[in-house]
Design a protein around this ligand. Sequence first.
Ligand SMILES: [Zn+2]
Length: 448
Amino acid sequence: MPRNVVLVTVDSLRADRLSCMGYGRMTTPSIDALAADGMLYRRAFSHGSDTGNSFVTLLTGVYPGTADVWLDEPPYNPPLPAHFPYLPAAFAERGYHTAGFHCNPLISSRFGYDRGFATYFDSLDVGEAHRRRPLHKRLKKRLRFGHPRIYRGLMAVRDLVLPQRVARVPAGEINRRVEAFLDGAPEPFFLFVHYMDVHVPYLPSPELLRELTGRRISRRRMTRLNRAVFEWRADLVRDVGDVIAMYDAQLRAFDDHLGAFVGALRKRGLYEDSVIALTADHGEQFMEHGSLKHDTGIFYDELLHVPLILKSGPLGTSDDLVGQVDLAPTLLALAGLEPPAEMAGRPIDGSRAAIIAESRARGERRVAVRTMNRKFIWNMATGRTELYDLDADPAEAKDISEERRDGVEAFRAIAREHVEAVGRKAIELKARGIGRGGVARPGPGPRR
Ligand SMILES: [Zn+2]
């Protein structure tokens, strides 16, 4: 019997916040236990700093720049082109039963991500609610951008009188749906679960927060801080340590649900033999480079460095440089299946020389090249380059592109070569895809 394959992704989970990655707070006992049962990749990176650009690669095995449809307005999300190779579809074509559970609109059926799934829960009402933006939302948007002072005043009053709303489906509810699926699941299956619980707003219980971090933060203050994070209002955050404490406690609370998910697999005898991967779409910023949350085209390690655990047999930790473009082919190979030839990634086998991240939002194409000890960032529209020596300066605080012009030129050549290869891949995929349907075109929708 071929092995079942489980892919768990956690939105906005920074690699260095896991206790098994050496973080000072005990944030992730359950994730640590999973890591102890498999291989923990300590240098794994995403290819985008936002949900859309990261997921398009994570699930297709081709780079974000290959997507020929990009949005120039929020949410800047490249929808999944119908002619791309796609991990769930590859499993389905090879006889696997496929199921996905999550609540992030950017990887919903509206963006084409339900392809190949026999069951796909994305919590989205694709009906009337999303065809037309409700009046109050349109008014809110007008106020926010047209009359920011009035908007902020109204929001402050709202925060005082109303509890903070969380639009996501919590992990407990996702787990209940996953368990219902597992009870009658035909094998072999490919199961994809994406959790939003670590994503802003961070709303842990004040008791857990105090127990984990020693800080006392009232719910009201959390609400105010969450609004600042949501709207990238760094000026409203006096002590970023509070925001970090909230994130850490939220992660600690989520970790119990991850433990429950693993328990659900164990209870049904599905844990031992399954291939299980855990990773994140991107990290989160806490003012390291002057900003909060996450956004497209910001290529510092706080956003690109992601956790990666592969439970497939071998145990231990790896310091190889690994990119998520290789994850889809790796999961297929671990199940004994041949990855589609169209995928640009290949099953993980040692260290990659460089990991490349991309974004093409707001009319600007940006590329980053990360090696073991260098980070190069290039805004191809403005020509601006940055170069960091990660050995001497892991925080990427001192740009050395001026004194290392030769280094800049070498990296620019790598980036240019990548962009050309991606262009060729786009043409190749398009040619193969002719007659296989068009591209999913999303309607207006919420931003994550
Ligand atoms: Zn995300």
